[in-house]
Write a protein that binds this ligand. Sequence first.
Ligand SMILES: NC(=O)C1=CN([C@@H]2O[C@H](COP(=O)(O)OP(=O)(O)OC[C@H]3O[C@@H](n4cnc5c(N)ncnc54)[C@H](O)[C@@H]3O)[C@@H](O)[C@H]2O)[C@H](O)CC1
Ligand SMILES: [K+]
Length: 479
Amino acid sequence: MITSDRMAAVDVNAEALGVPRKQLMESSGNAVASAVSERAEPGSTVAIVAGRGNNGGDAFVAARFLDEYDVSVHLLGRAETIGTEIARENWDALEAGDYETVEVKDSRALDLPDADVIVDAMLGTGVAGALREPAATAARAIDDADATVIAVDVPSGVDADTGEAPGAAVEADHVVTFHDQKPGLTDLDIDVTVADIGIPEAAELFVERGDLLALERDPRSHKGDHGEVLVIGGGPYSGAPALSAQAAFRAGADLVRVAVPETIAPDVRGFSENFIVEPLTGDALAPGHVDELLELAADQDAVLIGPGLGDDEGTLDAVGEFLASYDGRVVVDADALQVVPEVETDAELVCTPHQGELRKMGGPAADDWEERADAVSAFAGEIGATLLVKGAHDVISDGETTRVNRTGNPGMTVGGTGDVLAGVTSALVTAIEDPVQAAGVGAYANGRAGDLAVDDHGYGLVATDLPPLVADALWNDAE
Ligand SMILES: NC(=O)C1=CN([C@@H]2O[C@H](COP(=O)(O)OP(=O)(O)OC[C@H]3O[C@@H](n4cnc5c(N)ncnc54)[C@H](O)[C@@H]3O)[C@@H](O)[C@H]2O)[C@H](O)CC1
Ligand SMILES: [K+]
């Protein structure tokens, strides 16, 4: 089962891993042609009704595999409005190959032949809202026709994730969907074929640039929409909470508050004028601070607890009490991690241990990353948290979904890069709904930033190089 957002990411990841989209479209088109030939004898009349996106593109490819049929392709619009290069190339190939193609100027002009099979290739996962004209009238014309209707990927007008049709929709007899079943198709009592179109398993497992699509922002958003983060840290160390806070900004947080013991508050303030520093009495986090922290955390979108806390007993008690009473999203890092296995909490935990900290949490040790992926998935399920286990290959899992990140380099063993990753992740869990995807993008961006830093500084990179490069990795790194 795969949602259309994840499908879009996997599609781009496949391309990043060397499988061209054009090849995916060829495979999709081939699968559609197979579905036609399983339901109609050669010589039958096949009418293809195509939209101007890649859903239509799939059917242009299918037409080329249906030479033994009497095929006509009806494009809803003019060829020059075809929206993607690969669909346009496939349309041009039809015209060059003397296939029967019709550009339907408007819905009144759709003149379907008396067909044995109609292929519905108007819209797939790109549909947004109720069907607009001419697709709406075309959908009714398809339903009124006395033909077997085969839908490409999703019946046009149906939302692939919910199965709902806010407006007109094609009632298909059969759907050929690609790569994996779509949630919205399972409730429709229609016969569905899931066609393998050559997307490698790696495109779902490895975090690649397709996963950055999850960060696309609604243009109508406004201040505060993109994450208010509270960082709880410091005590013996002031650099760690400051680095995490800076990293949270660079990963898109709108507001960052930093709650640190008053003894280091001036240092943290000195690090950047962007933070709102909330001084805590004394020189270390203590149980007496918990109520104040819960108040501060109440209207935040995420909390990060751990950077630079130190591990004296009172501090760890305070972490346990905070987690036991908080029910929002919390990224837990560094010394706070050891508290997690013993604490009962309603909070949604995202833990970011390195392998040594994972063992201290009672987690598995496994050198080989594939073994580690399975072991981390099992442990994440056991403790009911999302784990991001750092390593040459970072492993991210919540026990259900497991991702692996391969960006980064040995230069990143320098102190502080973990504080940056924790800060980045605390901002991303406010922007990306699924914590596994958020942590995966966090690991990817942190590693990419490290790779960009090595380009500038070799292995002389330091953690403070990373935060600005994280922003580059997230927003300026399109290949
Ligand atoms: N993901 C994969 O691995 C592959 C997907 N393929 C096919 O591509 C489509 C998705 O293509 P896309 O171009 O993103 O969108 P669509 O073609 O589904 O639709 C876009 C098209 O429709 C217009 N439109 C959007 N909303 C409406 C509306 N409410 N009413 C009318 N028209 C609408 C929009 O303007 C565009 O013109 C996927 O389903 C697969 O079939 C790849 O080819 C194979 C791999
Ligand atoms: K369709």
